[in-house]
Design a protein around this ligand. Structure first.
Ligand SMILES: [Zn+2]
Length: 210
């Protein structure tokens, strides 16, 4: 089944508003970060599992990793194969989560907020910093400008293809596009509030990279 950008956006934004944001509100109240994820069936866009960051338990329990853990905790007869699923992350997955998605067998992922949003709007700089510090090796033949321009990861590779919500919105036109932009803006505002709660208590929960 191939879904239109409108259908995918509707599924992602509804899942975010109805299921991920309420869970996130509980998480940030307990000192966890604002990141969430969902796994949906390709066949009907039904939600299989939704989860959010739980770094107060372990710094590895990012929203995506927690979601994958809960997905694989389902009995095998109640869990679709990962190849039959769509992976959605509220924020562009970090290096840990890109690897988690890869190792778990998903052939796609979609995200709402970009790394730059996470750094600039959410005041969490670690995604870009880890990819640059750990993975992005300068080569002697490369100019500093070319190094700066080189992407931090491969958005379309033999394991999966990644697309942002903004790219899906760009597929739309006219009133439909405007409506979807409004929905994204409303969700963005809700996240601003959640981010304020997290930032207000940041540092007290003992998360190494808060
Ligand atoms: Zn992550």
């Amino acid at each position: 089944m191939s879904w239109s950008s409108t259908q995918l956006l509707d599924a992602f934004l509804s899942t975010t508003s109805d299921q991920i944001i309420p869970l996130t509100a509980q998480g940030v109240a307990a000192g966890c970060k604002v990141f969430g994820a969902a796994i949906l069936r390709k066949s009907d866009l039904g939600v299989v599992v939704v989860a959010t960051n739980h770094e107060t338990s372990s710094p590895l329990l990012h929203g995506e990793i927690n979601c994958i853990q809960q997905f694989y905790a389902l009995p095998s007869d109640q869990r679709p194969p990962p190849g039959d699923c769509i992976f959605f992350a509220t924020h562009e997955p970090c290096s840990l989560c890109l690897s988690g998605i890869t190792w778990s067998g998903f052939d796609n992922h979609y995200f709402l907020f970009t790394y730059e949003d996470t750094r600039d709007t959410f005041n969490i700089p670690h995604d870009i910093k880890i990819l640059e510090e750990v993975f992005k090796v300068p080569t002697p033949s490369e100019s500093p400008q070319d190094y700066a321009k080189r992407p931090l990861y491969n958005k379309s590779n033999s394991f999966w293809t990644a697309r942002s919500v903004a790219e899906l919105v760009d597929d739309l036109h006219g009133e439909e596009k405007e409506d979807m932009e409004k929905r994204v803006k409303n969700i963005r505002e809700e996240y601003n509030g959640l981010s304020g709660v997290y930032q207000g208590g940041k540092g007290s929960a003992g998360i190494p990279l808060a």
